[in-house]
Design a protein around this ligand. Structure first.
Ligand code: NOJ
Length: 513
C-alpha cells in the first residue's frame, strides 16, 4: 500500500466547483482569487483541504473536463500565479489543495488532438486511439469521426468531443489496438507525468483523478490500468512522495493496488450509495433500506485491508444536491453519518448551508441535469447573494430564485442551523481519533428497512458507538460493553441501560463504549 502523506490521515475535504464559488472580478463567473478569499470560511467550517474541479484552459463543453491546456489556468479563472498564491495561502492556513487531473481524455481543441488529426505522421499521431479507417468504428466504444484529414475513427471517453488518450489495450484484438508498451501509449504516460510534475512543483498537494479506472482499454479486470498507475506511483514516490492521490474509480481494492491513497465511493455502479440519499425511498428520509449499501461497503472495506480509504461525498457536481431528496432535519442525520465514516469526507460546496438543487435550468457547459447542482454559492443578502457584482442575467448559472434561499451569512448567524451542525460534527471528528479517517468500523445494525444504522468506530482502545435512526420509531440495539459518555446527540437522542441502547425516532448519537 502506498505511503500516505500525513495530512491526508486527518483531512476533511471541501469540493469547489470554481465557476460557482466566488467571483471577485465582476464577470459573473467564479475565479481563483475568489477561492483564496474564502479559504478562511472553509477553515472555519472545519475543513482542512479543498478539491477544485478542473480550472484549466478549455472550450468548456464539459465544464472543464475537456482540457485544452493542462498547464494553464483558464483565463476566466485568473492566472497560474493566482493558483500558486492560492496554494501558498492555503498552506499558511495549514490547509491543502488538490487539483483535478483528467488523464482519460482531452478536449477536441487540445493541440495534441489537432496534431493527431493530421494525415501526416507526427509526434501526436498515437497520442489518441484511432482505428485505421473511417469505415471502422471501434466496437464497444463511442467515436469521433469525419472531422479529420486522417483516415480513421477516434475513440472517445465521455462526450463525443472528448477523444480518449492512448494508454494502450490490455488485450489488443484488432490491428489498430496498440499494446500498453507501444511507443505511443508510453509517451502518453510520460506526458501525464509531466503535467503532474508541473503542478506539484508549483505547490499543489495532489490530485483527484478523473475516471482513473478506465485508462487502459480491453482491460476487463483492471489489471492493465492497475499496472499503469503503479508506474505513476513509482514516479511519485521518487519525485513527489508527499502528493496525495485520490481516484474516481469506485473499486478501492484495484485503485489502492495501483498506488492511490484513497478511492471515491461512486454514485453510480454497484455501490448502493444512493440508496441512502437519492432514490425513491432514501434511507435518510426514514423510508429506505441501507443494508445493500452496508454489504457492498464492507465487501470493499475487507478488500482494501480494512483501512478507511473509501471517501464518501455529501454530493458532487455530477449528482443531485442532497436537498433535492432529503429534508433539512434528516440532512443532519445524513451529515452525522458522512462525518463519522472512515475515509476522508468530502463536502460539496453549499451542502453545508443546505443549498437547493435549482430546478428547470437550461444546461450550461454540458451540465444537463447536473446544472441544478452547480448554481453559484449563496454567501449573504447582498446582490446575487454575494457571489458576484455582475448583473444577475450575466451569472454563469442562475441562482436559486427562492427568496428564503439559505446563505452562509444567515446560517452562521443562526446557532441552530445546518451549518453549525456540520461544523460541530467536523469538530467532534477532528478531536476523536476513532471517528477519523483511519479508525476501523464494524457495523452492528445495517439499516435494513425500519432499522437504524449502528456501527462502532475504533482506534486502539478508543471505541465510539454511532447510532443513526432516521425511521419514525424508537429502535433498540444491544452492544457489547458499557455505553458511557454521549459525545454527540441530535433529536431526542439515545437512552442507555446496561448494554441496551434505545434510540429515538429521527435521532443520532455518538457514545463512548
Ligand atoms: C467525471 C466527472 O466528475 C464529470 O463531471 C465529467 O463529465 C466526466 N468524468 C468526464 O470527464
Amino acid at each position: 500500500m502506498a505511503k500516505r502523506p500525513k495530512w491526508l490521515d486527518t483531512a476533511v475535504f471541501y469540493e469547489i466547483y470554481p465557476q460557482s464559488f466566488k467571483d471577485t472580478d465582476g464577470d459573473g463567473i467564479g475565479n481563483i482569487d475568489g477561492i483564496t478569499e474564502k479559504l478562511s470560511y472553509i477553515k472555519e467550517l472545519g475543513c482542512s483541504a479543498i478539491w477544485i474541479n478542473p480550472c484549466f484552459d478549455s472550450p468548456f463543453g464539459d465544464a472543464g473536463y475537456d482540457v485544452a491546456d493542462y498547464c494553464k489556468v483558464a483565463p476566466r479563472y485568473g492566472t497560474n500565479d493566482d493558483l500558486v498564491r492560492l496554494f501558498e495561502k492555503a498552506h499558511e492556513l495549514g490547509m491543502h489543495v488538490i487539483l483535478d487531473l483528467v488523464p482519460g481524455h482531452t478536449s477536441w481543441k487540445h493541440p495534441w488532438f489537432l496534431e493527431s488529426m493530421k494525415a501526416e505522421k507526427n509526434e501526436f499521431t498515437d497520442r489518441y486511439i484511432w482505428t485505421d479507417s473511417i469505415w471502422e468504428e471501434p466496437a464497444g466504444y463511442g467515436s469521433l469521426r469525419g472531422i479529420s484529414d486522417r483516415d480513421g475513427s477516434c475513440v472517445v471517453n465521455f462526450f463525443t468531443h472528448q477523444p480518449a488518450l492512448n494508454y494502450g489495450f490490455y488485450k489488443p484484438d484488432r490491428p489498430w489496438q496498440q499494446p500498453m508498451d507501444s511507443e505511443g501509449a508510453l509517451s502518453t504516460r510520460e506526458a501525464v507525468k509531466d503535467v503532474m510534475r508541473f503542478w506539484l512543483s508549483k505547490g499543489c498537494d495532489g490530485f483527484r483523478v478523473d475516471m482513473a479506472g478506465s485508462l487502459v482499454k480491453n482491460d476487463e479486470d483492471g489489471k492493465g490500468t492497475i499496472a499503469l498507475w503503479q508506474d505513476m506511483r513509482e514516479f511519485l514516490d521518487r519525485e513527489y512522495p508527499e502528493a496525495a492521490m485520490v481516484s474516481e474509480w469506485g473499486e478501492p481494492d484495484k485503485s489502492l493496488q495501483g498506488g492511490f491513497h484513497m478511492d471515491f465511493l461512486l454514485h453510480f455502479g454497484p455501490s448502493h450509495y444512493n440508496d441512502l440519499f437519492r432514490c425513491e425511498a432514501p434511507f435518510f428520509e426514514g423510508r429506505g433500506d441501507a443494508s445493500e449499501f452496508v454489504a457492498k461497503y464492507m465487501e470493499n472495506y475487507e478488500k482494501s485491508e480494512r483501512k478507511g480509504l473509501i471517501c464518501i461525498p455529501s454530493g458532487n457536481h455530477d449528482m443531485d444536491r442532497l436537498a433535492r431528496h432529503i429534508s433539512e432535519k434528516n440532512r443532519r442525520l445524513a451529515f452525522a453519518f458522512l462525518l463519522s465514516m472512515p475515509g476522508a469526507p468530502y463536502i460539496y460546496y453549499g451542502d453545508e448551508i443546505g443549498m437547493n438543487y435549482v430546478e428547470g435550468l437550461t444546461s450550461v457547459e454540458g451540465g444537463y441535469g447536473r446544472t441544478g447542482s452547480r448554481s453559484p454559492m449563496q454567501w449573504d443578502d447582498s446582490g446575487n447573494a454575494g457571489f458576484s457584482t455582475a448583473p444577475s442575467d450575466k451569472l454563469y448559472i442562475p441562482q436559486d430564485p427562492d427568496e428564503n434561499r439559505p446563505t452562509a451569512k444567515k446560517q452562521i448567524e443562526d446557532e441552530d442551523s445546518l451549518y453549525h451542525e456540520v461544523q460541530k460534527l467536523i469538530g467532534i471528528r477532528n478531536s476523536e481519533k476513532a471517528l477519523g479517517n483511519l479508525g476501523e468500523i464494524e457495523f452492528i445494525c445495517n439499516g435494513e428497512k425500519g432499522k437504524p444504522l449502528a456501527y462502532i468506530r475504533s482506534m486502539g482502545e478508543e471505541k465510539i458507538l454511532v447510532v443513526i435512526n432516521p425511521t419514525g420509531s424508537e429502535c433498540e440495539i444491544s452492544v457489547e460493553g458499557d455505553p458511557g459518555e454521549v459525545i454527540y446527540s441530535y433529536g431526542e437522542g439515545i437512552k442507555t441501560a446496561g448494554n441496551i441502547c434505545k434510540i429515538s425516532p429521527a435521532s443520532a448519537a455518538f457514545v463512548r463504549i
